[in-house]
Design a protein around this ligand. Sequence first.
Ligand SMILES: Cc1cc2nc3c(=O)[nH]c(=O)nc-3n(C[C@H](O)[C@H](O)[C@H](O)COP(=O)(O)OP(=O)(O)OC[C@H]3O[C@@H](n4cnc5c(N)ncnc54)[C@H](O)[C@@H]3O)c2cc1C
Length: 384
Amino acid sequence: MDLQLAAAQAAFRDDVRAFLRERLPGELRERVRLGLRPSREQVVQWQRALHERGWAAPHWPREFGGADLGQMERLILMDELQLAPAPLPLHFNVTMLGPVLLKYGTPEQKRDWLPRLARLDVWFCQGFSEPGAGSDLASLRTSARHEGEHYVVNGQKTWTTYAHMADWIFLLVRTDPQAARKQEGISFLLVDLKTPGITIRPIHTIDGEHHLNEVFFDDVKVPVANRVGDENKGWDVTKSLLGSERTGLAYVGMSRDRLDRAIELARNTRDGARRVIDDPAIQAEIAWIDAELRGLEVTNLRLLLCAQAQRDNPAFASVLKLKGVEIQQQVASLMLRIAGPAALARSEDERGVPATRYFFTRASSIYGGTTEVQKDVLAKAVLG
Ligand SMILES: Cc1cc2nc3c(=O)[nH]c(=O)nc-3n(C[C@H](O)[C@H](O)[C@H](O)COP(=O)(O)OP(=O)(O)OC[C@H]3O[C@@H](n4cnc5c(N)ncnc54)[C@H](O)[C@@H]3O)c2cc1C
């Protein structure tokens, strides 16, 4: 397979690189490089800079703030952002909710929401998982009673990433508890997190950070106009959203950037008399991960070139998610081994990062569909 970019694609990549050199603030680049979380303000300002160029939601139509980019250009853009490294456009707005609104939203919902999602004027989080409904999402119990012009929502969501930073939440609720199948009777609502009756509590994770939350709903009134798709047909909306969630999770550019940094760290770290990079076991591990990463890169391209109907096959998304996560975890383990005990220093510099990142990366085989569930999807696709 010829991995050379066509002339127009190479020119596009150079445009992206020039844009990043000019517009990506040095301090933001450094925070991402060190694996530290940028502030909300930094993320918003950066997404606005991307938006001015049409690159915040590159695959959306221009009329809603996108750039109508083709699959290949979008891949190049995402790779270059990860290699810079720069924050990616907010996944919840751009990769998850945006495509759902494009497919299922009313003309008013598209007009009202899409430009604001692209510019990050409003920050969404994802309210799907509940205690007892994660992999088996259709078992969710948060209820929404239809009363006139409103739904009245009661229940609990959990593991809600960035709920404490978000303005709104897209929420799966049960609108028909009597439905014959549990996938029926679910609806998809957009909810303002400032609505009375909502309580957000932090969940602190093993990396010592606050990314996650529990969100409680106690008689929360949500206008019926905030429903996306038909009542009780939210499962169709969810399937389409989860497909796009998995496509975004290969993170080839990010793993490449982190592998390069692991090599740099191995060159600058000593283990007794020798540099860590001179250890043959470390060299073999680097070579192995590098080969795996190249394999993933080619697979990503191969899937991209398949006909659209093929690309929509959930098994393809599962391959990318599975392998992407495996490599992210391998790089994080390698980094930890290279850094040695210094990895445990909790400081806002290079030394504290490997352990923090290692712990967070463990979660990547859980969110967006666990590894076991991805393997189930693949087994069904391959074995029938
Ligand atoms: C860091 C992080 C961020 C997250 N962010 C969000 C968010 O923003 N919004 C949101 O809604 N959710 C979020 N989640 C939740 C995430 O989607 C769920 O954790 C995930 O779907 C797994 O569900 P669960 O935790 O209930 O585990 P379970 O579904 O209870 O799974 C427990 C174990 O059983 C295995 N298992 C389950 N079913 C099967 C099966 N059929 N075959 C084989 N093995 C199986 C699983 O692989 C897992 O190992 C986040 C999770 C994490 C860790």
